[in-house]
Design a protein around this ligand. Structure first.
Ligand code: SF4
Ligand code: SF4
Length: 331
């Protein structure tokens, strides 16, 4: 079996929305007829944990990848990177029709990825169009851009004890129909760090009181205990000064990884709750989670060393309003 120049991975929607399923099926059917690409289907990337065979399958792929998922590209890219599916960010020409073209995106100043293999990973957001042709044309363009020779089958296939288990992902129709025996996934909720933006300032590790963050061997911030994160809580994304923390399933595009600034959201929520800043919102969200765990609320007195210096942590009036607002919205 020879590997083709490019593997296209379709990551399924976490919902059973028929329109989304239909788009996935149409894409897979067309890509299976395309002699220039291999195609695989995996469950929703965000819900795959490290032990899932879908994660191991993706880690085993050595060549260039196109990953089609129901997430903003930077969310998908850094989610994959965290799972050890690394590569240089391939540039896509697909445009999000909801994106405000007037927004100025500052040049990223972050610490970037490490140990990147010599390949590209192109992440395409399936949410930008319902027409499969749009994605197929972009994949053709990428194939032309790469112009890679057909290579011999990647090392992982031969002799691997998990060969059969992993190969089933290259039988996409069986995954789509649920006949492949792929183990089910549960919904998860955790932050994803965009290292193109992250400056390693450590504000998030100080702020989160639930043990989610840690540091890696290079002393870089890391989402270490993903499943300690509190479902639905996006608090640390409001605290990060670089807008580097993404929650791919959050309903607000800026938090979910759209290219705009989370600052816009911070201002909107602040107005809604009658508070003075997005930091207050984050503090209130964190206190709600602490109290749900049976712990004491700490307000702004803990975990914001750089910000605590210039704020009065005893000022609680605005926060009382925030609690009322959060409870009412069930955030
Ligand atoms: S707060 Fe943001 S920029 Fe600072 S270390 Fe955390 S993710 Fe990186
Ligand atoms: S959202 Fe809340 S619980 Fe999750 S990592 Fe951020 S601060 Fe911690």
């Amino acid at each position: 079996m020879a590997a083709k120049s490019l593997t296209v991975v379709v990551s399924q929607s976490p919902s059973k929305n028929p329109a989304k399923r239909h788009l996935e099926e149409e894409l897979v059917a067309a890509l299976m007829l395309d002699e220039t690409v291999d195609v695989a289907v995996v469950p929703h990337l965000y819900n795959l944990d490290a032990a899932h065979s879908g994660t191991m399958f993706l880690q085993s792929m050595r060549g260039h990848l196109v990953v089609l998922s129901w997430m903003y590209p930077r969310a998908a890219h850094w989610l994959l990177d965290r799972a050890g599916i690394k590569g240089h960010q391939g540039e896509t020409l697909l445009e999000d029709p909801d994106e405000d073209e007037d927004i100025e995106i500052p040049e990223p100043q972050g610490i970037g990825g490490v140990e990147l293999p010599d390949r590209n990973v192109y992440c395409l957001d399936l949410g930008v169009d319902s027409d499969p042709q749009v994605f197929l044309e972009e994949i053709s363009r990428i194939v032309g851009e790469l112009s890679v020779e057909t290579v011999e089958l990647m090392d992982w296939i031969s002799g691997s004890p998990e060969q059969e288990q992993l190969e089933r992902y290259l039988d996409p129709l069986s995954v789509l129909t649920g006949e492949s025996g792929v183990e089910p996934v549960k919904r998860r909720w955790y932050p994803v760090i965009d290292y193109e933006r992250c400056t390693n300032c450590m504000e998030c590790i100080d702020f989160c009181l639930f043990g989610v963050y840690g540091v890696d061997n290079f002393e870089r911030i890391l989402v270490e205990q993903q499943d300690n994160c509190k479902k639905g809580c996006p608090a640390c994304s409001r605290v990060c000064p670089e807008n580097a923390i993404v929650f791919p399933q959050h309903k607000e595009p800026a938090v979910a990884g759209a290219l705009g600034d989370v600052g816009a959201l911070k201002i909107d929520l602040s107005r809604l709750f009658g508070s003075t800043s997005g930091i207050d919102t984050a503090v209130a969200e964190r206190d709600v989670e602490l109290m749900r765990d049976g712990r004491e609320a700490v307000g702004a007195s803990v975990g914001m060393p750089k910000r605590q210096a210039d704020r009065d942590s005893t000022k609680r009036d605005d926060l009382d309003d925030l609690f009322d607002g959060l409870d009412a919205m069930n955030l």
